[in-house]
Design a protein around this ligand. Structure first.
Ligand SMILES: NC(=O)c1ccc[n+]([C@@H]2O[C@H](COP(=O)([O-])OP(=O)(O)OC[C@H]3O[C@@H](n4cnc5c(N)ncnc54)[C@H](OP(=O)(O)O)[C@@H]3O)[C@@H](O)[C@H]2O)c1
Length: 224
């Protein structure tokens, strides 16, 4: 895939910022998207992305504004990296329904909304790739992580469905599933880091740019 432009959600820090920097280093014009504008601006100021757009992946209007701003500034999106994610920990009976829904809204519905917004253009151009940052938690069970794990199992399912829908249109969809990575999100868990955000970014860049189209529907497990 010779991508000219990319949208990276959750690109303000952690794994998303590393992905933005790695894609930029490969000559891709990147828009980073997250809720905290100051973090996005820092990534752009450091040369890790071309454009910052602040918003929430779970809000359809924000996602529409993101794609519009990206296309206006940088041109059509060849790549979408659905990386934005949140974690809520607690045993099922302790986790509020609102907290459960909030995790699903960001980690799963957010990825669906972003994919939905770029797919028509990718199909029309017969060019594009969507990389979903899932997790080791998307294939296993973990105590006190029902919402997070369910969202990531769902994201891998979404990946495989989109891959089938998009295969006839020369557009690919791939999941990358990291294990414990040294970020703010991991620090809210009892798990020790096994790799850096840059390690994960290298795999995402492979999935996004270097892997052949036959990679579509794969879940690349990077468990450290
Ligand atoms: N760290 C790990 O061990 C690990 C392992 C497997 C998978 N992952 C996955 O990797 C991805 C990145 O996580 P990370 O570890 O880098 O966490 P992080 O450092 O907390 O970064 C998460 C990013 O997502 C953004 N975000 C959160 N909610 C959002 C929303 N509603 N709309 C838009 N952006 C939102 C955050 O920015 P704002 O808060 O400013 O919105 C931030 O930029 C997540 O999908 C996570 O599940 C992480």
């Amino acid at each position: 895939m010779s991508a000219r432009t990319a949208i990276v959600t959750g690109g303000g820090r952690g794994i998303g910022a590393a992905i933005a920097r790695a894609l930029t280093a490969r000559g891709v014009a990147v828009t980073v998207f997250a809720r905290t504008a100051a973090e996005l601006e820092r990534v752009v100021a450091g040369g890790g992305a071309a454009l910052a757009v602040a918003g929430d992946v779970s809000r359809e209007a924000d996602v529409g504004r993101l794609v519009e701003a990206h296309e206006r500034a940088l041109g059509p999106a060849d790549l979408l990296v659905n990386n934005a994610g949140v974690l809520a920990r607690g045993l099922a009976e302790e986790l509020s329904p609102a907290a459960f829904r909030a995790v699903l809204e960001v980690n799963l519905t957010g990825a669906f909304l972003c994919a939905r917004a770029v797919i028509p253009g990718m199909k029309a151009r017969r060019r594009g790739r969507i990389v979903n940052v899932a997790s080791i938690s998307g294939t296993i069970g973990t105590e006190a992580a029902s919402a997070y794990n369910a969202s990531k199992w769902g994201l891998i399912g979404l990946t495989k469905c989109l891959a089938e829908e998009l295969r006839p249109h020369a557009v690919q969809c791939v999941a990358v599933s990291p294990g414990s990575t040294d970020t703010d999100l991991l620090r809210a868990t009892p798990f020790a880091p096994a790799m850096t955000p840059e390690d994960v970014a290298r795999v995402v860049v492979f999935a996004a740019l270097d892997a052949p189209a036959a990679i579509t529907a794969a879940n690349l497990e990077v468990y450290g």
